[in-house]
Design a protein around this ligand. Sequence first.
Ligand code: ASP
Length: 438
Amino acid sequence: MRKVVKFGGSSLASAQQFEKVAEIVHAEASRRYVVPSAPGKRFRKDTKVTDMLYGCYALAEQDEDFSENLHQIEERYQEIIDGLSLTLSLADEFAVIEKNFRAHVGKDYAASRGEYLNGIVMAAYLGYEFVDAAQVVFFKENGEFDAVKTNEVLGERLQNMENAVVPGFYGANPDGSIRTFSRGGSDITGSIVAKAVHADVYENWTDVSGILMADPRIVDDPDTIERITYNELRELSYMGAQVLHEGAVFPVREKNIPLNIRNTNEPDHPGTLIMERFADEEISDRFITGIAGRKNFSIITVSKTGMSSQMGSLRQMLEVFEKHGVCVEYTPSGIDSVSFVAAADKAKDRIYSIVGEIRDALSPDNIQITGGISVVAAVGRQMAFKPGTSGRIFAALGKAGINIRMISQGPDELNIIVGVNNDDFESCVRVLYNSFVK
Ligand code: ASP
């Protein structure tokens, strides 16, 4: 058994958190490759080291004095080193960083030092070897991640290493300079390492015990999702449930490596297991995996008698949206009418031009614009096997007096989406949760 374990910033914010991490790593010999983030927040109003580095470099770039800011960052690491009673000194590292900041080597280099230094501390504490991500994670000339080269070099490098710490979030450009992934990108590094070493599991350790079935700001104490497929996760993330960096899914999914979200502060909790599919899964009573939604959509409904038999009408209308750079997310339709659902912030400046052009192109009987719509999705792989799911959804919402403004079901039967007024958004999520989960 071979596991890659990635720890997020809050899991590594202090010496005490490092101790928990070491206990987790040492609890299983299979936890051989560790990917750390930079130290995150120790308390709610604290600042992440990555943000301190961005701030510090902004001063350096303007040739202002940044010594105090850099010193504060050094102190964050020193506190961890002292708390763990390590003899390690980062003085030389900080001297190099200071020199490079003065030489304006770049914002990405600056931000990456959070993970780089944390990797050095982590390796010293665990007694594992440190592998600088700049030597094993690569980007192409155009800035894209170079998956082929990375997999080859990283795989070869780790092949004969029993244990290693590979810092997250960054790699190297073809000229050797540092490039980072977008924020939260250590999740991606963990996934890349898991792929390169053919891991059995990629464990992503964070500060929540997995993915919740609904937003806890809306639903009181929602249950954790025990198992979710990548497709379901994609649906839920798209609808606003933020758990993992989106780019983290691809490398492990490609190799069918399960991804397990775990909680550093509650290590006995099994968390959420994400897989391509769950073989031999029994049909359970709980066929909704999760509920998520987004506010502020507009619906443009076009009606014209005989529209369904008018060749090319849908294409013509969609072309108008495309021309204006407005992405249409859903298109529920009737015989002689079709609705286009788009995010209001994208559509708002263009909506009257779009309506005018559709009118010119199709001479419809009526065009109606409805604003202030929220879209809520009930997502679940088991829905396809269960007759009556949508009936239950609509009955529950009806009973709660929530007016459904739009209905859409994905062709893969993975979700049922309802549009409701923005004012009904929170109660819609709660009603769905209570009628399916409780
Ligand atoms: N430290 C980086 C950030 O704050 C990357 C990460 O934590 O994944 O975004």
